[in-house]
Design a protein around this ligand. Structure first.
Ligand code: PHE
Length: 484
C-alpha cells in the first residue's frame, strides 16, 4: 500500500510505519528528561494528575485535529492548513496555526540537540566503564568516587568544545536521516529504533522496580496535593509538557498526517499514539525515581516525600542523580550504558521529526532539493543551539528577558519556556479554533474517523474545552497577578 503523495510524493509505507514514526516523534527527551524534571520541580502528584487531564481532554482532541488537517491537505503543514482554509472559504491567515508551530519545532530542535549531545557523551562515559574508549572519558566509571560522578555533568558543561562536538555529532545524524527522505530516512529510523527502544525500556523498568525504591517513587508521583493542583504555574507547566510530549502545537502531527494514507483511521491511531506516549512518560518516572531514590539517605527521602525538600529537579536528575545511583547498583555500569543508548534512540526519532516540520515546508514552498533544505535548516539550528549551550558556562549570567516566566533564565531556558509554555499552546489553540469553528464541517468529518457519541464528545472538546482551557491556563500561567 503506497502512502500519501504529500510534499515530494513521499509517504509512510504502511499504517504501522505511520504509528511507529508518530510514536517515535512523541517519545523522546520530553518523556525521559523533561517529564521527570518538571514533575520533580512542580511537586510530583499535582503536576502528574493535571498532566494526565491535559493529555486526555486537550492533547487527544488536538492530536486528531492536527493529523486530519495534514491528511486532508496532503502537503507541508502550512500549505495543508491553507488548503483546508481555502476549501472552507476561510482566510489564509489560519495557516499561522501551523506557522507558529513550525517555528517552535525549529527552536526546540536547537536545544534538543545540545541535550542529546550530552546523552551521547554519557554513552561514552558508561562505555568507558566497560573497557571502551576510556582514555577519552578519563578511565573506568567504577573507579570514580561519588563526587567524581557528580562532577561529570558540570565538567562537560564547562567544556564548550566537547559540548559543541557532541551537539555536532547528534545534529549531523539527524540531518543525515532527514535528508534521505520520509520513507528511506525518517521511517527507517523509526522502524528500527522504536522496537529496540521498547525492549530496552521494558528491561530497565523491571530492573528499577526490583532494585530501586519503587514504593517511594509511586508515592511521590501520585501523592495528591489539592492546593498545588490549583497553582497556575503547575497548570501551565503540565499543559506545556502534555503538548510538548505529544509533539503538538509544533506543526509536526500535521506534517506526519500528510504522509498517512486514506485508509488509516485517524481517531484510532491518535488514541494509540497518545496512550503509548503517556505510558512511556509515567513508566519512565516509575523507573527513574526509584533508581535515584534508592541512592538517597533515608532521612533525605523522607523529607522529599513530605514535600519539605525538593528532589533534584531539572537536568541534574538524569545526568547527575541517575549516574550516581547506577554506580552503586548491581550491574549498574552496563544498565547505565543501555539506559543512555535507549535515551539516544528516543531522542533521534524525535529530532528527525523536529527538523522535518520545517524541511517539508521549505521543500514544498520553495521547491528546493530536500538535502539542501535539510542542510540549511539543520545548520541554522546547530548554530542557535551552540549559542544556547553557552548558557551553561560563559553566558550563564546573560539573561536578556528578565520578566514573567523568563526571569532568571539564560538563553537555553528562554527557548525552552518560550516554546513549551507559549508557542505550543498558542499553536494548539489556533488549531482547535480552526478545526472546531472555522473549517468546513463535512470536510472535517470525512477525515476524522469517528461518529455518534464519540464524535459529539470530540467536537465539544475541540470547540469549547480546548480553546477555553488553553486560553485560561495561558493567561493565568503567564500573569499569575490576574488571580489577585
Ligand atoms: N515529543 C518530543 C519529546 O517528547 C519532542 C517533540 C516536540 C518532537 C515537537 C517533535 C515535535 O521529546
Amino acid at each position: 500500500m503506497a502512502g500519501a503523495a504529500a510534499a515530494g510524493g513521499e509517504g509512510w509505507s504502511s499504517r504501522w510505519a505511520f504509528i511507529l514514526a508518530a510514536v517515535g516523534s512523541a517519545v523522546g527527551l520530553g518523556n525521559l528528561v523533561r517529564f521527570p524534571a518538571e514533575a520533580g520541580a512542580n511537586g510530583g502528584g499535582a503536576f502528574v494528575i493535571f498532566y494526565i487531564f491535559c493529555v486526555l481532554l486537550i492533547g487527544l482532541p488536538v492530536l486528531l485535529s492536527e493529523t486530519l488537517l495534514g491528511r486532508h491537505g496532503q502537503r507541508s503543514a502550512i500549505e495543508s492548513v491553507k488548503k483546508v482554509a481555502a476549501e472552507s472559504g476561510a482566510s489564509q491567515w489560519w495557516s499561522l496555526a501551523a506557522g507558529v508551530g513550525m517555528v517552535a519545532a525549529f527552536l526546540v530542535l536547537t536545544y534538543y540537540s545540545v541535550l542529546a549531545g550530552w546523552v551521547i557523551y554519557f554513552i561514552g562515559v558508561f562505555a568507558g566503564d566497560l573497557g571502551g574508549p576510556s582514555g577519552l572519558f578519563g578511565g573506568a566509571l567504577s573507579d570514580y568516587s561519588v563526587e567524581q560522578v557528580q562532577g561529570i555533568l558540570p565538567a562537560l558543561q564547562a567544556d564548550s568544545s566537547t559540548m559543541l562536538l557532541m551537539h555536532a555529532i547528534f545534529m549531523s545524524i539527524t540531518i543525515f536521516a532527514v535528508a534521505r527522505g520520509v520513507t528511506s530516512g525518517i521511517e527507517k529510523v523509526a522502524v528500527w529504533l522504536m522496537p529496540s527502544f521498547f525492549i530496552l525500556f521494558l528491561g530497565i523498568t523491571i530492573y528499577g522496580a526490583f532494585t530501586g525504591a519503587f514504593g517511594a517513587a509511586l508515592e511521590f508521583l501520585f501523592a495528591f496535593d489539592p492546593s498545588r493542583l490549583l497553582d497556575p504555574n503547575v497548570q501551565l507547566s503540565a499543559l506545556g509538557q502534555a503538548l510538548f510530549s505529544l509533539s503538538l502545537g509544533s506543526a509536526l502531527m500535521i506534517t506526519y498526517g500528510a504522509y498517512a494514507s486514506r485508509d488509516v483511521n485517524l481517531a484510532k491511531t491518535s488514541a494509540q499514539i497518545a496512550s503509548a506516549d503517556t505510558s512511556v512518560a509515567i513508566i519512565a518516572g516509575l523507573a527513574i525515581f526509584p533508581i535515584t531514590f534508592a541512592a538517597l539517605a533515608p532521612e533525605a527521602l523522607a523529607a522529599v516525600l513530605a514535600g519539605e525538600e525538593q528532589v533534584q529537579g531539572g537536568l541534574g536528575l538524569l545526568f547527575v542523580s541517575l549516574p550516581v545511583a547506577f554506580q552503586t547498583m548491581p550491574a549498574g555500569g552496563i544498565i547505565g550504558l543501555l539506559f543512555f543508548i535507549m535515551v539516544f534512540f528516543a531522542a533521534l526519532t524525535s529530532s528527525v521529526a523536529l527538523l522535518e516540520a520545517s524541511v517539508s515546508w521549505a521543500v514544498d514552498r520553495f521547491k528546493i532539493a530536500r538535502w539542501l533544505a535539510t542542510a540549511i535548516l539543520g545548520g541554522a539550528a546547530y548554530l542557535i543551539g551552540a549559542w544556547a549551550s553557552f548558557s551553561f558556562n560563559s553566558q550563564a549570567e546573560f539573561q536578556p528577558l528578565d520578566f514573567l516566566i523568563f526571569s532568571g533564565q539564560p538563553v537555553f531556558g528562554i527557548i525552552d519556556e518560550l516554546t513549551a509554555k507559549i508557542m505550543l499552546p498558542v499553536s494548539a489553540l489556533l488549531v482547535a479554533i480552526f478545526v472546531g469553528w472555522v473549517a468546513n464541517r463535512q470536510l472535517i468529518d470525512s477525515e476524522n474517523g469517528i461518529s455518534g457519541g464519540l464524535h459529539r464528545v470530540w467536537l465539544f472538546l475541540v470547540r469549547w474545552l480546548c480553546p477555553l482551557v488553553i486560553t485560561a491556563i495561558l493567561l493565568f500561567g503567564l500573569f499569575p497577578g490576574l488571580l489577585g
